[in-house]
Design a protein around this ligand. Structure first.
Ligand code: ADP
Ligand code: MG
Length: 457
C-alpha cells in the first residue's frame, strides 16, 4: 500500500532534499511493512503457529521475562521475533531456517531459543551457538548474559582469554558460544561434551554454510552432533541467503520451518545510500576529511569499510596524520587489540572505525549512523564481481532496529562504478549520485540524512 502511494509522486521532478525527507518519514513504516513480506513455509502443515503479540504469551520462564523487560528493556516482540519464537519454542522444537533484515532483532530469537531449553540444574552443555567472528561471539555472549541475567545459566565462549593457548581444560558452560575452528578443536580434543546439546544455533548462517565461508567446519560440527547428541534442534539465522546456500541449508538442516524474504525486499529502504565518483584515492581521503566529517556535526558513529588490511592501515595513518581520531580493525591483529578497538568504539570513545569485512556482519552498535564504502565489497578472488550479501551487511551496520542510517559509496574508476551498478540492479534499488563539487546538494543530503544540522542562516 505504501509503495503504491509513493508511486503517485513524480520522483524525477523532486529535489534530493524533498525526496529524502519523504523517504525518511516513510522509512519506519517501510521497515515494518518489509518485514511482513516474508515467505513462511511450515514443515508440518498440521502445526499451527500463532504470531506472538507479547513476550508474555510465549510460555517463557519468569526469569527470562524479567531479563527481557528489566534488563533488555524490550516491550514487545519485533516482527521476526513474533513469527519465529512460537516456532522455536513450541514442541517438537522443529529446525528453523530464518531470514530477516539487518537490525531486526534476530539475536533475541535464537538466544531465547537456547536459554529456554537449558535446565539450569543440569550440568553440561545444552546449547551451542556458532558465529563467524570473535567480535560476534563476544557480542552474543554479552546479549545472552543480559537476557539470561536472572537465570543463573552458565556461559562459556571461545573468546574467553582463560581458554587461550592450548590447555586441555574441560569446557563446562551450559551454553557454549564460539567460532567454528576453536569449537571443533574442543570437540576433537574431547574438551567439549556435546551429548546433552538440545539446541544448535548458527548466527550469520549463510556465511557459516557458504563455500566462501565456513562450510567445511560447520559441516563437521553438524556431523559431530549427529554422532554425539540425541535430539537437537538447529536454528539458522541470517539477513541474507543466496539460492545456492539456501539449497544447501535445507539439505543439511532437514524438515525445517522456513522464513525467507523475496530478493527485492532486501534493499533496506531505511538506509539512505549515495554514490560519489572520485578521480583518485587522495580524493576519497579529501572527501572524508574536508567534506563529510567537518560538515557532519550530527554523525553518531561511522564505520569506513576498506578491502584490505593494508588499505585499513594506510587510511588509518592518513586520517590520524590530519588529526582525525579513529581506530582500525582487521583480522590479522592480536586478539587483545581487536577487543580493545571494539570496546572503545562501543563505549563511544572513538567515533570513526576503519574496518575490513571482518566487521561487515552482525556488529550491533545503535549509534552508528553512517557507513562508508571506501572500497566496494567485491569477491576476494575477483574484484570485478560484487559481493551482494556483504554490501547489505555493511550498510546494515547503520540503521539498527529501524533507526536512521546513511551509506556513501566512494567510486574510483570504471570497475567500482560497474560494481555498484550491478548491486543496484541486484537489489532493484537506485543509489543516487552526489557530485563531489556540488556543495549545496551535498549539504542538503547530509542534512536530510540527519548527519548535519540545518543551516541556521
Ligand atoms: P539482527 O537482526 O541484525 O541480528 P540484533 O539482534 O542485533 O539484529 O538487534 C538489533 C537491535 O535491536 C539490538 O540493539 C537489540 O537490542 C534491539 N532489539 C531487538 N529486539 C528488540 C525488541 N523487541 N524491542 C526493542 N529493541 C530490540
Ligand atoms: Mg545479527
Amino acid at each position: 500500500m505504501l509503495k503504491g502511494s509513493v508511486a503517485v509522486f513524480d520522483t524525477n521532478a523532486m529535489t534530493f532534499c524533498s525526496l529524502f525527507t519523504l523517504s525518511f518519514s516513510l522509512s519506519l513504516s517501510l521497515f515494518i511493512q518489509a518485514e511482513t513480506e516474508a515467505i513462511i513455509k511450515v514443515a508440518d502443515p498440521n502445526s499451527k503457529y500463532t504470531s506472538a503479540q507479547t513476550f508474555d504469551e510465549l510460555g517463557l520462564s519468569a526469569e527470562l521475562l524479567q531479563g527481557l523487560y528489566t534488563e533488555m528493556k524490550f516491550e514487545k516482540p519485533s516482527k521476526i521475533q513474533a513469527e519465529t519464537l512460537p516456532m522455536i519454542l513450541t514442541p517438537p522444537h522443529r529446525n528453523l531456517i530464518a531470514q530477516a533484515h539487518n537490525g531486526s532483532g534476530k539475536t533475541t530469537c535464537f538466544t531465547l531459543g537456547i536459554l529456554s531449553r537449558v535446565n539450569v540444574n543440569e550440568p553440561g552443555t545444552q546449547g551451542l551457538m556458532i558465529c563467524p567472528t570473535r567480535e560476534l561471539v563476544i557480542q552474543n555472549v554479552g546479549v545472552m548474559q543480559r537476557m539470561g541475567k536472572y537465570t543463573n545459566i552458565s556461559i562459556a565462549s571461545t573468546a574467553d582469554p582463560k581458554y587461550d593457548g592450548y590447555n586441555k581444560e574441560q569446557i563446562n558452560g551450559q551454553v557454549v558460544i564460539g567460532t567454528p575452528g576453536r569449537l571443533l578443536r574442543w570437540m576433537r580434543e574431547k574438551q567439549l561434551d556435546c551429548s546433552k546439546v538440545n539446541c544448535l544455533v548458527f548466527d550469520e548462517a549463510d556465511n557459516m554454510l557458504g563455500t566462501d565461508g565456513h562450510r567445511v567446519d560447520s559441516t563437521k560440527i553438524l556431523k559431530h552432533l549427529q554422532m554425539s547428541a540425541k535430539n537437537w534442534q538447529v536454528l539458522l539465522f541470517s539477513a541474507t541467503f543466496n539460492e545456492a546456500v539456501k539449497t544447501f541449508a535445507t539439505k543439511v538442516v532437514p524438515n525445517a520451518n522456513q522464513i525467507f524474504l523475496p530478493a527485492h525486499e532486501l534493499s533496506l529502504d531505511v538506509i539512505k545510500q549515495y554514490r560519489v565518483n572520485v578521480q583518485s584515492n587522495d580524493q576519497k581521503d579529501m572527501l572524508l576529511k574536508e567534506k563529510i566529517f567537518p560538515l557532519c556535526d550530527k554523525i553518531g558513529q561511522t564505520i569506513i569499510f576498506v578491502r584490505t588490511r593494508e588499505g585499513a592501515r594506510r587510511l588509518h595513518a592518513s586520517m590520524q596524520r590530519d588529526g582525525f581520531k579513529c581506530t582500525a580493525i582487521e583480522g590479522q591483529m592480536q586478539n587483545e587489540d581487536r577487543d580493545r578497538v571494539i570496546k572503545e568504539f562501543r563505549d563511544g570513545q572513538t567515533k570513526i572505525l576503519i574496518a575490513t569485512d571482518v566487521l561487515s556482519r552482525g556488529l550491533d552498535v545503535s549509534t552508528v549512523t553512517l557507513v562508508i564504502n571506501y572500497d566496494m565489497p567485491v569477491e576476494y578472488q575477483n574484484p570485478s564481481v560484487p559481493n551482494f550479501e556483504t554490501y547489505l551487511h555493511r550498510i546494515g551496520r547503520s540503521g539498527r532496529f529501524g533507526k536512521k542510517g546513511a551509506a556513501f559509496n566512494l567510486l574510483l574508476g570504471e570497475n567500482e562504478r560497474l560494481v555498484l551498478d550491478q548491486i543496484e540492479r541486484h537489489f532493484e534499488h537506485m543509489v543516487p549520485e552526489v557530485t563531489l563539487n556540488d556543495d549545496d546538494t551535498f549539504e542538503s543530503i547530509l542534512t536530510a540524512a540527519g548527519l548535519m544540522s540545518p543551516d541556521e542562516s
